[in-house]
Design a protein around this ligand. Sequence first.
Ligand code: ADP
Length: 543
Amino acid sequence: MQGLMMNRPLSVIEILRFASEIHSDGEIVSVRTEGDLHRQTYRETYARAGQVAHALGALGIQHGDRVATLAWNGYRHFELYYAISGYGAVCHTINPRLSAEQMIYILNHADDGVLFVDTTFVPIIEALKDQLPKGLRLVVMTDAAHMPDSPLDLLCYEDLLAPHDTTYDWPDLPEETAAGLCYTSGTTGNPKGSLYSHRSTVLHALFVAVTVPLSLREGARLLPVVPMFHVNSWGMPYAAPIVGASMIMPGGRLDGPSLYDLMETEKVTASWGVPTVWLGLRAEIEARGKPPSALEQVVIGGSAAPRSMIEFFETAGIDVCHAWGMTEMSPVGTSAQVPVAKADAPFEERMDLKSLQGRRMFGVDLKIVGEDGTRLPQDGKAVGELYVRGNAVISGYFNNDDATKAAVDAEGWFGTGDVASISPDGYLSIQDRSKDLIKSGGEWISSIDLENIAMAHPDVANCAVIAIAHPKWDERPVLVVVPKEGCQPSLDEFHDMMSDHFAKWQLPDDVLYVDALPLTATGKVSKLTLRKQFADYVLPDVG
Ligand code: ADP
């Protein structure tokens, strides 16, 4: 028997319409490329989204067309998110840190009709001038006074909006209609597109809101360090207007001192980002001797949060929520938070929980499978490849059947490429990305676990463990360290710290010192680049 309920489609623009009425004074505060701090309410944002939609019509955009953005976190980018999807087109966010080759590939693969670009990134487009798809219109996200001089034919965002009415008759779209498109940063092969629907985007926003309520509540002031140009800034631009949280947009100023200042002046209560950005904020907190005064929570994800980092923030009185996910999951999959029943547990025990990747969010299912494809038990011991399914997980890649076939199993689960165990009470422990695992003498060594211990050494600013080829053991782990100024921690010191937790054969064979670690387009340590960097390095017992 069918239920007798209305079947109103879930729709992205409904989020902003709701916020414009119910949280009308909620703010979007933006560090602008023009150099100032700009403020606008959700009510004003909804009105401007209406103008953008009219402008898309004037540009000849049709339902289903892809409209690209290349921009920092800011109110214009936010307006575009809603206006493009609400109009019935697909908001394709492009990561400005991609290589020129990858950017051209995805502009062509997505077949974008218009590209909205921040002034900062105009030079990137100029450099690609001769390779840009024919007919691609370029709109610079600024006003007439700040338009750059350029050999390109550029339209001005504010001029484009100005003639239009603020009310727009948003179309009724089936909820499965595509709303957003984001390509993985493609550390291997060409980037692959995740095509989000209105339904998946709204559901993901609701799931995230109930999963991280300290960050996402009425009156919260949320600073997304994670960019809107990659995986929708982890869904914050959709979740914040639902709950009535304001958004404090840092633009391109993502260094520790700038983030600290913005957090202080705007009384930021929560902030989300990858571990590398928290290294900068941590150094700033240490230098000033206290954390930003209103900051209650940081969400750390995108790569494993080192335990020493979690302990630092928790000791400073800031709650840490460690989260795991990926582009193909919209992206949030799990979160590590301490359940109320364990709130009074000893510090060590609580940190043990937070160092794991956490438990699944509602709407997400997890399973681990062995090399032969059979499902492994969730006993906290069995380690296998992690598969997921859920309401906001892709069913396949955009126009890429080969990649879809490789990623989706016979039962429709999506293979994450991560290797993990799951405890009986549902805590996920990511061991590695399968391509980063170290196989020594037929046994696996988790680089994440070794890094976690090395990061706790007081002389270490950052580190990564990579596999180096070995004639007898296939691969051996080597620790690559960015030491703090004037320091050079020795291999013996690391072995001392690690020997309580690891068997002797799992310890790194050597420690190498570097000034900085290479980062991927999403701000994570690039082990691929690091392995190439040390391709000619010979292990001590081999040379
Ligand atoms: P890319 O890095 O290629 O842009 P994603 O942003 O989708 O791709 O990254 C997803 C991957 O990042 C996951 O599959 C996992 O390997 C890693 N990751 C994300 N969060 C965590 C975490 N908390 N701990 C360990 N690894 C993580």
